[in-house]
Design a binder for this molecule. Structure first.
Ligand code: NOJ
Length: 568
């Protein structure tokens, strides 16, 4: 095991954090379980195949029974869905296919009535090409004040017929799009997602207006999309793609990734958050090197930043322990709590990742229709349950992605004709993209779209989705849904401070730690059973009955248990 930080150091650090915070309203986010809803795929109330806000409202009892502290809504704003709603036409409205502002208010009221807080997604790096300021910019022509709100550049060549640089976009293809008059605009993602010019005061002011708009409607916090790319140095000469990525520019000197000036923007946002009581919270989606993450999570900035390291780790004891130690130390550095994520709307679901051999090339596996290599779904299910139980015992906040409470695997067999992710088109059919984790949820085992709605779902559900239906799992005490409900209820009861103390005298393949109040979590990543320490087993990620738990002396392979102990 290659531990970067000695266990004692982490424990001391975490203690410091606890002393200065406590369970006040303003710090609800520090140890919250936040459930991510991808609105178009959660519940469809009107049978048009797209999930909507009233659909979510009807399912609030599911969220309450699950026991989550907050809901994060992925974008529900007006959008042509060129990138699943991350192409926003209007930041201060609801897509008419998804609902109305009044229905948004109803949803917030229903969630708040159950003590569930609400986080909405803010997409500040780019708008959609249907945003009014972008259509104004196109109409106004080169050199106009309207174009100055976005990143327009003259093309190369006599008539500007060549792109300003050879930069490539995240979804593949060029990062510049011509507009027909010699000007090109920058889009780090799809062409339908023009990048904002954050040097423009009107852009800055407009986002403050948006943050206030949703805060005034009762929103408790924000998830900030692509938080690391807003500040850009586009002074001439612009480097080539090859020079952009030179290793020496990754420390705040890259032309548009993780520049230091981005934090000035977030200091301005913090001032807006602090106009509210309790202050609004934020979590940064910032794909930056770990040592740069604390800046985003600082209390003067967004306050918290996603740590995607476990999402990238194999289900392996040494990798999990090292990742957890590193991230607890990093969170302490920023004064934030850490965030734990195993699945979200951008990655292959963890029940499937763990069903595949370590190192599997996931895009290639998706291209094989999920057959090469063949997944061991039973193993994936066991390991996903074990990893989730481990993560839910950690200090900090846990982000759950809709459907993981059902143990849903990835849908790898979607037909090309059904794919919606821009990755598919932009990669010219060489990468399927992220639709396989965005297939609408199965609520019942029968019906047009398994209880999602009254008509077919916008992404087709495979027949095997019925096995995972909420209605079925509600009847089964050994189901993954039952495990999540039990785990969240136990966490609510057991969780106090943010300390964590590692046990080092554990067999190979085992991760064991203790939280305040004698709450111990022990995970056996290996295949063979190992002895359990003394203590009352209060949760198992396996399928043990209560009677079995009471007499358990061995921890089976690929299983996590929580124990209540009075000694370390
Ligand atoms: C990150 C979001 O999670 C992803 O879904 C989106 O495609 C990109 N940002 C661009 O907005």
């Amino acid at each position: 095991m290659t531990d970067t930080f000695p266990a004692e150091e982490v424990v001391t650090s975490a203690l410091d954090v606890v002393r200065t915070t406590d369970a006040e309203a303003a710090t609800w986010w520090r140890q919250a379980v936040v459930y991510q809803i991808y609105p178009r795929s959660f519940a469809d109330s009107n049978g048009d195949g797209l999930g909507d806000l009233p659909g979510i409202t009807t399912r609030v009892p599911h969220l309450a029974a699950l026991g989550v502290d907050a809901v994060w809504l992925s974008p529900f704003y007006p959008s042509a869905l060129a990138d699943g709603g991350y192409d926003v036409d209007d930041y201060r409205d609801v897509d008419p296919r998804i609902g109305t502002l009044e229905q948004f208010d109803d949803l917030v009221a229903a969630l708040h009535a159950h003590g569930i807080r609400v986080v909405v997604d803010i997409v500040p790096n780019h708008s959609s090409n249907r945003h009014r300021w972008f259509t104004d910019a196109l109409a106004a022509g080169p050199g106009s004040p309207e174009r100055a709100r976005y990143v327009f550049r003259r093309g190369q060549g006599p008539d500007g017929e060549l792109p300003p640089t050879d930069w490539t976009a995240m979804f593949g293809g060029p990062a510049w799009e011509p507009v027909g008059d010699g000007d090109w605009y920058l889009h780090l993602f799809a062409p339908e997602q023009p990048d904002w010019n954050w040097d423009h005061p009107e852009v800055r002011e407009d986002f403050h207006t948006t943050l206030r708009f949703w805060s005034d409607r009762g929103v408790d916090g924000f998830r900030i999309d692509v938080a690391h790319a807003l500040a850009k140095d586009l002074s001439e000469p612009l480097p080539s793609q090859a020079d952009l990525r030179a290793p020496d520019v990754l420390d705040g000197m890259h032309r548009f990734e993780d520049r230091d000036e981005v934090h000035e923007i977030y200091r301005g946002w913090r001032a807006v958050f602090d106009e509210y009581d309790p202050p609004r919270t934020a979590v940064a989606e910032a794909w930056v090197p770990a040592h740069r993450r604390a800046r985003y999570a600082s209390p003067e900035g967004l306050g918290q930043a996603f740590n995607f390291d476990l999402l990238l780790a194999d289900p392996d004891a040494a990798q999990f322990r090292r990742t957890i130690e590193d991230n607890l130390a990093l969170a302490h550095e920023s004064g934030a709590s850490s965030t734990w994520v195993l699945s979200n709307h951008d990655v292959v679901r963890h029940a499937t990742r763990y069903a595949l051999p370590a190192g599997t090339d996931l895009p290639a596996w998706l291209m094989s229709g999920g057959t090469d290599p063949a997944p061991d779904l039973e193993r994936g299910r066991r390991l996903a349950r074990a990893a989730t139980a481990l993560v839910l015992a950690l200090p900090g906040s846990t982000y759950l992605y809709q459907g993981e409470e059902l143990g849903l695997p990835e849908v790898a067999e979607l037909d090309a004709a059904d794919l919606q992710d821009p990755t598919w088109q932009r990669s010219q059919g060489t990468e399927k993209g992220r639709d396989g984790c965005r297939v609408p949820l199965p609520w019942t085992a029968h019906g047009a779209s398994l209880g999602f709605g009254d008509g077919p779902a916008h992404l087709p559900q495979p027949a095997w989705f019925a096995e995972y239906a909420v209605s079925r799992q509600e009847e089964d005490p050994t189901s993954t849904l039952a495990l999540y409900r039990r785990a969240l209820a136990a966490r609510r009861r057991l969780q106090t401070g943010e300390q964590l103390e590692w046990a080092d005298d554990v067999p190979a393949g085992v991760v064991r730690f203790r939280r305040p109040g004698g709450w111990t979590s022990m995970t056996n990543f290996g295949p063979a059973a190992v002895p359990l320490p003394a203590g009352r087993v209060v949760l198992s990620s396996g399928t043990h009955t209560d009677d079995e738990l009471a007499t358990l002396t061995q921890l089976p392979g690929e299983t996590t248990v929580w124990l209540e102990t009075t000694t370390a």
